[in-house]
Design a protein around this ligand. Sequence first.
Ligand code: PLP
Ligand code: SF4
Length: 343
Amino acid sequence: MPTLRSLDALEREGLLLPDPRLEEAAQSMAIAVTPEMAALIDRANLANDPIARQFVPSVQETEIAAAELADPIGDEARSPVKGIVHRYPDRVLLKPLHVCPVYCRFCFRREKVGPGGEALSADEMAAALAYIRARPEIWEVILTGGDPLMLAPRRLADLMNALAAIPHVAIVRLHSRVPIVDPGRVTAELVQALKPGRVGVWLAVHCNHARELAGPTRAALARLADAGLPLMGQTVLLKGVNDEVETLEQLMRALVAARVKPYYLHHPDLVRGTGHFRVSIEHGQALMRALRGRLSGLAQPTYVLDVPGGHGKVPVGPAYLADDPQAMTVEDAFGGQHRYPPA
Ligand SMILES: *Cc1c(COP(=O)(O)O)cnc(C)c1O
Ligand code: SF4
């Protein structure tokens, strides 16, 4: 089965309950569901299946709330040249292309990703590399997109080598969903392209539910870890997908078992048409509090909010210290309150 790319294809596979209003949802963002993800969907429980919810269009996408934004994390405001986002002095995002192996209905770059968006041209890539080369303060380049592992291994190797040739670039970090949703792309050639030698290469994989870590995905992650690549996990907190403590606990344990260190749990961004995925920050904090008491420190992500308007990410708790005139009060992972003396 090829990747499913239309409402018709989803319906033929029994992954969609037909509704005329879905045309509008499908127009606002491209559809792509890989065979690996389609196979994980419980067809008897489509309305509540956490995998279907992430990739199959819903009529709720046509409901746009007033607070929602076309550019929820302010990438545009921080883009000095095409393909670069420069928010923090020591690191830049470099977006070589806009395509992804799947299209996540909650995507924070929903209005940018898709098969219509072209990759950077050779000239545009040269200009982006020149921007990095001219700024010695850039220590880390973060390849994102779209999904950088959608580049052909040869092109990816060329890009990695070009970055490794810039003396002040010490780290190349890639953010990808490919190993999770399209593990067959993680070939020996691709793994080789990720080993340019001089720079430290880190790979962050985007994974939202333990069921996404099926056998072929665990094998792909093992190939990457065996090649010496440190792996990190990024998860988006999503209503109806992973907003219960047991679900998050299983996911974090499954990631660590696959040698993926949970890095961030992202509070959902204010993306247009994604209100059905959003939970409150209070709920996210309650989940993090519960995880702290039941999960190994290895498996704890940092809960972050990307401040709308291009102001970057900040941890949003929960907080364990409370001020008090005489001493601080510290709450332990099990809810107990303890006084801590002033310095
Ligand atoms: C998320 C992001 C980064 C990376 O942030 P870290 O906290 O280092 O993971 C860098 N630049 C931009 C513009 C970002 O949105
Ligand atoms: S893989 Fe990432 S960039 Fe692509 S649609 Fe999903 S969330 Fe968006």
